[in-house]
Design a protein around this ligand. Structure first.
Ligand SMILES: CC(C)(COP(=O)(O)OP(=O)(O)OC[C@H]1O[C@@H](n2cnc3c(N)ncnc32)[C@H](O)[C@@H]1OP(=O)(O)O)[C@@H](O)C(=O)NCCC(=O)NCCS
Length: 178
């Protein structure tokens, strides 16, 4: 698996992530408007350029360039509090192969080494078993449940936090020695 920075050529990936209802099951279930995606992609690439976000596509070992999903850390704000947030997604045909776990671990390790990000929050929906498992495995601490709005939908979410300047990343029982 490797992580490659998002570019303005990645509209097909955004279409797969944001228009497929299966990808939005834990995010309210309603796809984005297709015509708004190019603007979103341009805004996200601009955030990378400004240094306000790290956004990577996830390329599995067996693929040359085709992305299996994305993983990102960005300057966010929840309930008017500025904070750093992490998010991830893996397309249905690549799910349940450990890819999200590997990609999140790689991004957090890169974040720690760079010193660019220290305290990072994650807000998976309480129903998102896979994403909550990933937070737990990485060594995030579960703080509370919160109600958040995502694209106009109210979501009950778990609020997780990791301080990269303090704790080591959690160990994955399926990858001893890593
Ligand atoms: C959530 C998501 C990123 C997980 O990606 P993935 O590559 O399949 O995850 P992994 O294979 O690394 O699995 C992580 C853990 O979740 C478990 N898991 C994966 N899919 C699961 C599912 N559908 N139901 C229950 N558990 C699941 C795995 O068994 C693993 O747990 P374990 O280490 O205790 O065995 C992916 O399903 C996805 O993108 N879903 C749609 C969008 C989304 O929910 N994004 C996240 C918003 S916070």
């Amino acid at each position: 698996m490797k992580l490659l920075e998002l570019t303005t050529d990645d509209l097909p990936l955004y279409e797969s992530v944001y228009l497929d209802p299966r990808m939005l099951k834990h995010l309210g279930g309603v796809p984005f408007q297709r015509e708004r995606l190019p603007q979103k992609l341009a805004r996200d690439v601009e955030s990378i350029r400004r240094g306000a976000a790290w956004i990577f596509k996830i390329i599995p070992d067996e693929e040359e360039e085709r992305a299996a999903g994305s993983v990102c850390i960005w300057e966010s704000g929840i309930h008017d509090e500025p904070m750093n947030e992490i998010g991830w997604s893996i397309l249905p045909e690549f799910q349940r192969q450990g890819l999200a776990t590997k990609a999140v671990r790689a991004l957090l390790e890169q974040a720690r080494e760079s010193g660019r990000w220290d305290i990072i929050h994650a807000f998976p929906s309480v129903t998102n078993t896979a994403s909550n498992a990933i937070c737990r495995k990485m060594g995030f601490t579960l703080l509370e449940e919160v109600d958040l709005e995502w694209s106009g939908h109210k979501l009950r979410c778990n609020h997780w936090l990791i301080d990269l300047s303090q704790a080591p990343l959690g160990r994955d029982h399926r990858s001893p020695g890593r």
